[in-house]
Design a protein around this ligand. Structure first.
Ligand SMILES: [Zn+2]
Length: 483
């Protein structure tokens, strides 16, 4: 095969979801790798299935030779997987032993005058082509690392011997290099900028603007290529916005002894912090609440608990989102917080209770608990520094000087209780059958029996009276009643 002198074919992609196109022209290993990557991205973003992808992308090859090849074997080629298709294409378009030549090119490559990062990316790309289309020639990650290490330019080799620790990961190579132009953002850099509110124009994390509103865009400038460093996670860490959580050890001072300037009411240099005496409970502290003094701090943008207090209470720690590890002291020392806890606090024997809130955990915090703005805001606490009060505006309860509990009323003098009257059992009614032999004395008989006897006597008396009257009338009117 004679070397193809035509211009290189190009892979054109309008949008991730649009089918890529391979223009007519000479195809080298790099072009083939781009074509493979574009087809894979299209398959992923357009949600195409593995068994339909070739029938779509093979139709967009504009090289006449490849169009003929595809049309001749369309049914067979459509059934190939993407890798099989690329392999077959490689056999058609790449010069013989291209993989061996590319492999030799990697082994023979040296950094020379190139920026390290550019050279490294170039070799990684070549190796990726081998991995895709001729895996037997591809270098392992370690082998590639050794290859890079052995072929650095002299000045970089010198710096690496000064920085042996970094040398293993090549981070040391990522110094401001002799860039003649600004390198393109890598996918990893773009992702970092995206995740940390960065601007892709000025390449700054937490920039506070986007690339379309970037001052560099307005002025038509770019970051300085000579001093440019590739963006890394440690740069993100350094660029994180930090907020000061202020607390100082301070005692009120008394300057009455100084009479040099007579002020009717001198302003204090220092005013004591505002503390609330709280009772805390937790899984390890259920029975007797732990009394602590918490700092009420309107200057602190977070609620922070010392790791030792969280431990003492046995609170469960949760992972704090990375972007919330954003505190520093006024001395600019970082207040590292990797975890948070959930807790509630009580005051005045439970007269006032907070809701459940989250506190960042800091090891070595000089104060057990700082109740910063999130707590004060959620609990509706209004701090009056002049009166030194911190009042829950919903209930009027003052967290700094809780109202005294009303004293229990005086107990009345002891009076022995009156004896409990004996319970009178209601008599169980007795029937005539159950009754015992009647006593001679009628009044000793049970009431129902007496009643029965009385009723019977009355009936008998009535009968006798009626009989007597009957006899009297018969006697009186004898002549009228024939016998
Ligand atoms: Zn910008």
């Amino acid at each position: 095969m004679t070397p193809d002198a035509r211009p290189l074919a190009e892979v054109k992609v309008a949008k991730l979801k649009d089918c890529p196109m391979l223009t007519a022209g000479c195809i080298n290993p790099t072009t083939l790798h781009s074509w493979y990557s574009a087809c894979r991205r299209y398959m992923k973003h357009a949600d195409k299935k593995a068994d339909e992808i070739i029938s779509i992308v093979a139709d967009t090859m504009m090289e006449p030779r490849l169009m003929t090849w595809y049309q001749a074997g369309q049914a067979r080629i459509n059934k190939l997987t993407l890798n099989q298709y690329i392999d077959e294409l490689a056999g058609l378009v790449l010069e013989k032993k291209w993989d061996h030549k590319l492999w030799q090119k990697i082994l023979a490559s040296s950094q020379g005058d190139q920026a390290f990062i550019d050279w490294k990316i170039e070799l990684e790309n070549y190796n990726a082509i081998l991995t895709t289309s001729s895996p037997s020639y591809a270098l392992t990650a370690d082998r590639l690392m050794a290859q890079l290490n052995a072929n650095l330019n002299e000045s970089l080799k010198g710096s690496l011997t000064m920085e042996p620790v970094l040398a293993t990961s090549f981070d040391a190579c990522n110094k401001p290099a002799d860039h003649k132009y600004l390198p393109k953002l890598t996918d990893q850099e773009k992702q970092l900028l995206n995740e940390h509110d960065g601007c892709t124009r000025c390449r700054t994390f937490y920039a506070g603007h986007h690339s379309d509103t970037c001052p560099m865009k307005a002025s038509g400038t770019f970051p300085d290529a000579m001093n440019y460093r590739s963006l890394t996670v440690s740069m993100v860490e350094a660029a994180k916005p930090r907020v000061a959580a202020a607390f100082v050890k301070a005692a009120p001072c008394d300057d009455n002894t100084n009479s040099y300037v007579s002020l009717s009411k001198p302003t204090p240099f220092t005013v004591p912090h505002l503390y609330a005496a709280l009772d805390l409970t937790g899984p390890a502290m259920r029975e007797f609440p732990l009394p602590i003094r918490a700092l009420l701090d309107v200057g602190c943008p977070a609620v922070i608990i010392s790791a030792s207090l969280a431990d003492q209470l046995g609170l469960r720690c949760y992972d704090l989102p990375l972007e919330e590890d954003n505190l520093s002291s006024l001395l600019d020392a970082l207040l590292r917080c990797r975890e948070y806890v959930r807790l509630r606090v009580r005051l005045g024997n439970g007269k006032w209770k907070s809701g459940t809130f989250r506190a960042k955990v800091n090891t070595g915090l000089p104060i057990p608990l700082i109740l910063g703005l999130p707590f004060l805001a959620t609990e509706h606490i209004v701090i009056d520094v002049n009166l030194r009060t911190a009042i829950d505006k919903r209930t009027g309860y003052d967290l700094i000087s809780p109202p005294l509990l009303p004293a229990p009323p005086m107990a009345p003098p002891y009076a022995p209780p009156l004896p409990t009257p004996k319970k009178v059992k209601p008599p169980t009614p007795i029937t005539l059958e159950e009754a015992s032999e009647p006593a001679l004395v009628g009044y000793l008989l049970p009431e129902p029996i007496v009643a029965l006897i009385r009723e019977h006597i009355e009936v008998l008396t009535e009968l006798k009276l009626m009989n007597e009257k009957d006899c009297k009338f018969k006697e009186k009117f004898r002549d009228r009643f024939p016998i």
